[in-house]
Design a protein around this ligand. Structure first.
Ligand SMILES: Cc1cc2nc3c(=O)[nH]c(=O)nc-3n(C[C@H](O)[C@H](O)[C@H](O)COP(=O)(O)OP(=O)(O)OC[C@H]3O[C@@H](n4cnc5c(N)ncnc54)[C@H](O)[C@@H]3O)c2cc1C
Length: 164
Protein backbone atom coordinates (compact mmCIF):
# COMPACT_ATOMS: atom_id res chain seq x y z
CA UNK A 1 0.00 0.00 0.00
CA UNK A 2 2.85 2.41 0.74
CA UNK A 3 4.50 2.16 -2.69
CA UNK A 4 1.80 3.91 -4.76
CA UNK A 5 1.64 6.71 -2.14
CA UNK A 6 5.37 7.29 -2.43
CA UNK A 7 5.19 7.25 -6.23
CA UNK A 8 2.36 9.78 -6.25
CA UNK A 9 4.24 12.01 -3.85
CA UNK A 10 7.45 12.06 -5.86
CA UNK A 11 5.46 12.69 -9.05
CA UNK A 12 3.93 15.81 -7.49
CA UNK A 13 7.36 17.12 -6.46
CA UNK A 14 8.74 16.22 -9.89
CA UNK A 15 6.05 18.27 -11.67
CA UNK A 16 6.39 21.18 -9.25
CA UNK A 17 10.18 21.19 -9.66
CA UNK A 18 9.87 21.18 -13.47
CA UNK A 19 7.85 24.42 -13.24
CA UNK A 20 10.63 26.33 -11.42
CA UNK A 21 13.87 25.69 -13.31
CA UNK A 22 16.92 27.23 -11.63
CA UNK A 23 15.48 26.67 -8.14
CA UNK A 24 15.90 23.53 -6.08
CA UNK A 25 12.81 22.77 -4.06
CA UNK A 26 13.19 21.22 -0.60
CA UNK A 27 10.78 18.34 -0.45
CA UNK A 28 8.58 17.84 2.58
CA UNK A 29 5.69 15.59 3.49
CA UNK A 30 2.34 16.23 1.79
CA UNK A 31 -0.05 16.08 4.73
CA UNK A 32 -3.32 17.15 3.16
CA UNK A 33 -5.00 16.71 -0.22
CA UNK A 34 -8.22 18.42 -1.21
CA UNK A 35 -10.23 18.82 -4.35
CA UNK A 36 -11.60 22.36 -4.22
CA UNK A 37 -15.16 22.78 -5.41
CA UNK A 38 -15.40 25.95 -7.48
CA UNK A 39 -18.59 27.22 -9.00
CA UNK A 40 -19.83 30.19 -10.97
CA UNK A 41 -22.25 32.25 -8.91
CA UNK A 42 -23.65 35.78 -8.81
CA UNK A 43 -26.02 36.83 -6.03
CA UNK A 44 -29.44 37.96 -7.20
CA UNK A 45 -29.07 41.27 -5.35
CA UNK A 46 -25.87 43.02 -4.29
CA UNK A 47 -27.67 45.54 -2.10
CA UNK A 48 -30.77 45.54 -0.02
CA UNK A 49 -31.27 48.59 2.17
CA UNK A 50 -28.21 49.04 4.35
CA UNK A 51 -26.72 45.62 3.48
CA UNK A 52 -24.26 45.52 0.57
CA UNK A 53 -22.41 42.48 -0.76
CA UNK A 54 -18.82 42.57 -2.05
CA UNK A 55 -16.28 39.93 -3.07
CA UNK A 56 -16.93 36.23 -2.72
CA UNK A 57 -20.11 36.91 -0.78
CA UNK A 58 -21.49 38.51 -3.95
CA UNK A 59 -19.97 36.25 -6.59
CA UNK A 60 -17.57 33.39 -7.18
CA UNK A 61 -15.76 32.45 -10.37
CA UNK A 62 -13.81 29.36 -11.42
CA UNK A 63 -10.09 29.98 -10.83
CA UNK A 64 -9.05 29.76 -14.50
CA UNK A 65 -9.42 33.49 -15.08
CA UNK A 66 -7.74 34.51 -11.77
CA UNK A 67 -10.53 37.00 -11.20
CA UNK A 68 -11.87 36.39 -7.66
CA UNK A 69 -9.58 38.69 -5.69
CA UNK A 70 -9.50 41.27 -8.47
CA UNK A 71 -13.29 41.42 -8.51
CA UNK A 72 -13.38 41.72 -4.73
CA UNK A 73 -10.97 44.68 -4.82
CA UNK A 74 -12.92 46.36 -7.63
CA UNK A 75 -16.17 46.00 -5.63
CA UNK A 76 -14.56 47.55 -2.59
CA UNK A 77 -13.17 50.48 -4.58
CA UNK A 78 -16.63 51.17 -5.97
CA UNK A 79 -18.28 50.87 -2.59
CA UNK A 80 -15.67 53.03 -0.88
CA UNK A 81 -16.42 55.91 -3.25
CA UNK A 82 -20.15 55.39 -2.84
CA UNK A 83 -19.98 55.36 0.96
CA UNK A 84 -17.81 58.46 1.01
CA UNK A 85 -20.31 60.39 -1.12
CA UNK A 86 -23.20 59.11 0.98
CA UNK A 87 -21.68 59.75 4.41
CA UNK A 88 -19.70 62.93 3.75
CA UNK A 89 -21.84 64.64 1.13
CA UNK A 90 -25.26 63.10 1.76
CA UNK A 91 -25.29 62.00 -1.90
CA UNK A 92 -26.83 58.53 -2.37
CA UNK A 93 -26.47 58.35 -6.16
CA UNK A 94 -23.28 56.24 -6.22
CA UNK A 95 -24.66 53.92 -3.55
CA UNK A 96 -27.85 53.52 -5.55
CA UNK A 97 -25.76 52.81 -8.64
CA UNK A 98 -23.34 50.40 -6.91
CA UNK A 99 -25.08 47.19 -7.95
CA UNK A 100 -25.31 48.12 -11.62
CA UNK A 101 -21.72 49.41 -11.76
CA UNK A 102 -20.33 46.32 -9.99
CA UNK A 103 -22.35 43.87 -12.10
CA UNK A 104 -20.94 45.39 -15.29
CA UNK A 105 -17.47 44.06 -14.40
CA UNK A 106 -18.70 40.95 -12.58
CA UNK A 107 -20.50 39.53 -15.62
CA UNK A 108 -17.54 40.29 -17.90
CA UNK A 109 -15.31 38.38 -15.48
CA UNK A 110 -17.85 35.55 -15.17
CA UNK A 111 -17.88 35.19 -18.93
CA UNK A 112 -14.07 35.30 -19.18
CA UNK A 113 -13.59 32.72 -16.42
CA UNK A 114 -16.22 30.42 -17.95
CA UNK A 115 -14.65 30.81 -21.41
CA UNK A 116 -11.12 30.10 -20.16
CA UNK A 117 -12.33 27.07 -18.22
CA UNK A 118 -14.28 25.60 -21.10
CA UNK A 119 -11.44 26.29 -23.56
CA UNK A 120 -8.57 24.95 -21.42
CA UNK A 121 -10.10 22.05 -19.48
CA UNK A 122 -11.34 18.76 -20.87
CA UNK A 123 -14.32 16.99 -19.38
CA UNK A 124 -14.05 13.22 -18.89
CA UNK A 125 -16.99 12.61 -21.24
CA UNK A 126 -15.59 14.77 -24.09
CA UNK A 127 -15.77 13.14 -27.53
CA UNK A 128 -12.98 13.33 -30.13
CA UNK A 129 -15.05 16.01 -31.87
CA UNK A 130 -15.26 18.01 -28.62
CA UNK A 131 -11.49 17.80 -28.09
CA UNK A 132 -10.63 18.85 -31.65
CA UNK A 133 -13.17 21.70 -31.58
CA UNK A 134 -11.64 22.88 -28.32
CA UNK A 135 -8.18 22.80 -29.88
CA UNK A 136 -9.57 24.75 -32.83
CA UNK A 137 -10.92 27.35 -30.42
CA UNK A 138 -7.56 27.68 -28.69
CA UNK A 139 -5.75 28.01 -32.01
CA UNK A 140 -8.29 30.60 -33.18
CA UNK A 141 -7.23 32.72 -30.20
CA UNK A 142 -3.48 32.11 -30.29
CA UNK A 143 -3.21 32.50 -34.10
CA UNK A 144 -5.04 35.82 -34.07
CA UNK A 145 -3.59 39.12 -32.92
CA UNK A 146 -7.09 40.31 -31.99
CA UNK A 147 -7.71 37.07 -30.06
CA UNK A 148 -4.41 37.32 -28.17
CA UNK A 149 -5.10 40.97 -27.39
CA UNK A 150 -8.54 40.20 -25.95
CA UNK A 151 -7.16 37.35 -23.84
CA UNK A 152 -4.31 39.53 -22.50
CA UNK A 153 -6.65 42.44 -21.81
CA UNK A 154 -9.23 40.34 -19.98
CA UNK A 155 -6.63 38.25 -18.12
CA UNK A 156 -4.72 41.23 -16.76
CA UNK A 157 -8.01 42.92 -15.92
CA UNK A 158 -9.94 45.96 -16.94
CA UNK A 159 -9.29 49.37 -15.40
CA UNK A 160 -11.53 50.26 -12.49
CA UNK A 161 -13.66 53.14 -13.71
CA UNK A 162 -15.14 54.93 -10.75
CA UNK A 163 -18.42 56.70 -11.55
CA UNK A 164 -18.49 60.40 -10.67
C1 LIG B 1 -6.89 28.18 -4.09
C2 LIG B 1 -7.38 29.55 -4.50
C3 LIG B 1 -6.66 30.26 -5.45
C4 LIG B 1 -7.09 31.54 -5.85
N1 LIG B 1 -6.38 32.23 -6.79
C5 LIG B 1 -6.76 33.47 -7.16
C6 LIG B 1 -6.00 34.23 -8.11
O1 LIG B 1 -4.97 33.77 -8.63
N2 LIG B 1 -6.43 35.48 -8.44
C7 LIG B 1 -7.56 36.01 -7.89
O2 LIG B 1 -7.91 37.16 -8.24
N3 LIG B 1 -8.30 35.32 -7.01
C8 LIG B 1 -7.93 34.06 -6.62
N4 LIG B 1 -8.68 33.34 -5.70
C9 LIG B 1 -9.93 33.90 -5.20
C10 LIG B 1 -9.70 34.92 -4.09
O3 LIG B 1 -8.91 34.35 -3.05
C11 LIG B 1 -11.07 35.32 -3.53
O4 LIG B 1 -11.94 35.64 -4.58
C12 LIG B 1 -10.91 36.53 -2.62
O5 LIG B 1 -10.08 36.21 -1.53
C13 LIG B 1 -12.27 37.01 -2.13
O6 LIG B 1 -12.07 38.02 -1.19
P1 LIG B 1 -13.16 38.28 -0.08
O7 LIG B 1 -12.60 39.38 0.76
O8 LIG B 1 -14.50 38.47 -0.72
O9 LIG B 1 -13.28 36.92 0.74
P2 LIG B 1 -12.18 36.22 1.65
O10 LIG B 1 -10.79 36.50 1.16
O11 LIG B 1 -12.64 34.79 1.76
O12 LIG B 1 -12.32 36.97 3.03
C14 LIG B 1 -13.43 36.73 3.88
C15 LIG B 1 -12.89 36.84 5.30
O13 LIG B 1 -14.01 36.80 6.20
C16 LIG B 1 -13.67 35.98 7.28
N5 LIG B 1 -14.94 35.48 7.84
C17 LIG B 1 -15.76 34.53 7.38
N6 LIG B 1 -16.81 34.38 8.17
C18 LIG B 1 -16.66 35.25 9.18
C19 LIG B 1 -17.44 35.58 10.32
N7 LIG B 1 -18.58 34.98 10.59
N8 LIG B 1 -16.98 36.56 11.14
C20 LIG B 1 -15.83 37.21 10.87
N9 LIG B 1 -15.05 36.95 9.79
C21 LIG B 1 -15.47 35.99 8.98
C22 LIG B 1 -12.81 34.88 6.67
O14 LIG B 1 -12.02 34.27 7.68
C23 LIG B 1 -11.97 35.69 5.69
O15 LIG B 1 -10.81 36.22 6.28
C24 LIG B 1 -8.26 32.07 -5.29
C25 LIG B 1 -8.99 31.34 -4.33
C26 LIG B 1 -8.55 30.09 -3.93
C27 LIG B 1 -9.33 29.33 -2.87
Amino acid sequence: MSTPRRTRRSKLWEILQSRVPGTTLHEGPIFQRDVLQFRSFVARELRRGRAVLVGDAAHTVPPTGAKGMNLAIADVLLLEGALRAFLLEDDARLLDGYEEAALHRIWKAQNFSWWMTSMLHQTPDASDFDRMRQLGELRSVTDSRAGRTYLAEAYTGWPVELPR
